[in-house]
Design a protein around this ligand. Sequence first.
Ligand SMILES: Nc1nc2c(ncn2[C@@H]2O[C@H](COP(=O)(O)OP(=O)(O)OP(=O)(O)O)[C@@H](O)[C@H]2O)c(=O)[nH]1
Ligand SMILES: [Mg+2]
Length: 241
Amino acid sequence: VSTLIYSVVLPAHNEEDLLETSVLEILKGLRDRGDAFEVLVVENGSTDATVAVAERLEREHPEVRLLRLAGADYGRAIAAGLLAAAGDVIVHFDVDYYDLGFLDEASALIRSGRAGIVLASKRAPGARDRRPIARRVLTAGFTTAMRLVLQMPVTDSHGMKVLSRAACQDLARTCTMTGSLFDVELVLRASRTGVAITELPADVSELRPPRTPVIPRAIESGAGLIRLRVLLWREARQPNR
Ligand SMILES: Nc1nc2c(ncn2[C@@H]2O[C@H](COP(=O)(O)OP(=O)(O)OP(=O)(O)O)[C@@H](O)[C@H]2O)c(=O)[nH]1
Ligand SMILES: [Mg+2]
């Protein structure tokens, strides 16, 4: 069995238009770099041809593995990808947002042991966020809420990140939040257990316009934040649950 360096976890839901281009670009980038890797496409709940596209990619490229779960859920997909990953360095990309330059910089920090998680932050000094204004405002509000409600030690936990498998796989197993709150829970639990977390400024331009309207998105995030707050309070009161 060869030792994998990278596992790229790529959650995919209704991505028939972008999946192939994104996977091919990621494959090319990593093949050029020369380290052994796998790309885990984690699909759930798609109603378009995503599964057919992913199955074909899996047949044609030995590095591609498809995981399928029931029921659309971003958080559960990421969790499953982290748990299935065999590489020492886990890279979480989105189908519409990935950056091999970030992978290089972040994985150097992970491989040297200087960080356990490296986040691409849309809110860090020097970040460039070219998404629509409504998304940027939402992110700014969510960052403030995370810091106030959860004492979150970082400015952004969504989107691209690189993680040390040794530091994060057990943690991922303990995280129960679904949807977009999974990332928040993982980063928070990691910081609470002493995993070193570094943020690099992100340069974000997504490959397509947002798919969820901003108000439902804000409600989902806000409600999730409250659920996570309550979960952590309950845990603190019954530590041996
Ligand atoms: N497996 C899985 N992947 C998902 C799900 N929802 C989104 N994704 C994937 O997560 C990544 C980001 O999804 P987007 O729909 O672009 O979400 P976003 O950019 O956070 O939000 P929008 O601004 O609303 O588009 C993409 O790779 C999607 O395919 C889901 O329910 N299940
Ligand atoms: Mg998007």
